[in-house]
Design a protein around this ligand. Structure first.
Ligand SMILES: C[S@@+](CC[C@H](N)C(=O)[O-])C[C@H]1O[C@@H](n2cnc3c(N)ncnc32)[C@H](O)[C@@H]1O
Length: 268
């Protein structure tokens, strides 16, 4: 099923207004393919009919399904491993010296199916070893897609995905079921998953030592990205770090982040 120009503009505006995501013209055929099957199955004659239902639906379920289809959720364990090396070699040793409360606060913003947050939880557990119990290091992991959040909570991953990992991690933190791997319970309970839209105001009681927001803002246009960066800045403790994707940069110096190394920024 094809999108007319007006229908494409409607979807562009809707996604931008609600989620900050800017759909380039290149995304048009991708959207057509992601929606066509279900629209035909549900006997919609065109996209406009579907959009009307999206507007009228008071249950919120249509919008949940729409977001699940519109988002790009590609991710994997220990993606962009320089971040994990920096966490292990710089951030955690510093916090051992300075964080007397032993309360470590990390947020995986745009967590997709959980690989980023679980990789971080594994690394922290491995780093602290026998002393892990004195630290409260539960990670907050959020996304707008309910589909990926459900997958993340279940914490089961394909053999292909997990066997790409260094065996050290596979052996220590996964159990093998028949034809999949599952994260062990000790790591599962270290991550709390929530639905949260980054374009909404942030109301966190405590500030974070580290925020991951990697490969999320690439889908946003500049002003939306700057707004979120300002909110991340406020949500970080002084000296706290922001990790972004390695293909991303922070151009707006006025926000106040100090460049540490590619894709790593610090609140001064
Ligand atoms: C490509 S994945 C990145 C996953 C992980 N951070 C990584 O780098 O591997 C981008 C994720 O951002 C989420 N996302 C997009 N817009 C968002 C928004 N406005 N609020 C929260 N999450 C959003 C998507 O649902 C998707 O799961």
């Amino acid at each position: 099923m094809k999108l007319t120009e007006t229908e494409f503009q409607y979807i562009q505006k809707l996604v931008h207004k609600e989620y900050g995501i800017y759909l380039t013209d290149k995304k048009r055929t991708l959207i057509e393919s992601r929606f066509s099957n279900q629209m035909e199955m549900r006997n919609f004659k065109n996209f406009s009919e579907y959009f009307q239902l999206l507007k009228d639906d008071k249950t919120g379920n249509e919008m949940i399904d729409f977001v699940n289809r519109i988002t790009t959720n590609h991710t994997y364990f220990f993606r962009e491993d320089k971040h994990y090396t920096f966490l292990k070699n710089v951030i955690l040793p510093d916090l051992i010296k300075t964080e007397r409360s032993r309360d470590l606060r990390i947020w995986s913003a745009g967590c997709s199916s959980g690989e980023e947050a679980y990789s971080t939880a594994m690394l922290i557990d491995d780093f602290f070893g026998g002393n892990k119990y004195i630290w409260d290091s539960q990670i907050l992991a959020t996304d707008i897609s309910v589909r990926v959040l459900n997958q993340a909570v279940i914490a089961k991953y394909t053999v292909d995905e997990v066997e790409k990992l260094d065996k050290y991690w596979t052996k220590k933190y996964f159990k093998k079921n028949e034809n999949e791997y599952e994260i062990v319970d000790t790591i599962k309970k270290e991550v709390i998953f929530r639905k949260f839209n980054l374009t909404h105001p942030f109301h966190f009681k405590k500030k974070f030592h580290l925020i991951f927001c990697r490969n999320v803002m690439i889908y946003f246009e500049k002003s939306g990205k700057d707004e979120i960066l300002k909110k991340f800045y406020d949500a970080l403790l002084p000296g706290g770090y922001l990790f972004i994707g390695h293909s991303e940069t922070i151009e707006n110096k006025s926000i106040g982040f100090k460049f540490i190394e590619p894709a790593i920024y610090q609140k001064e």
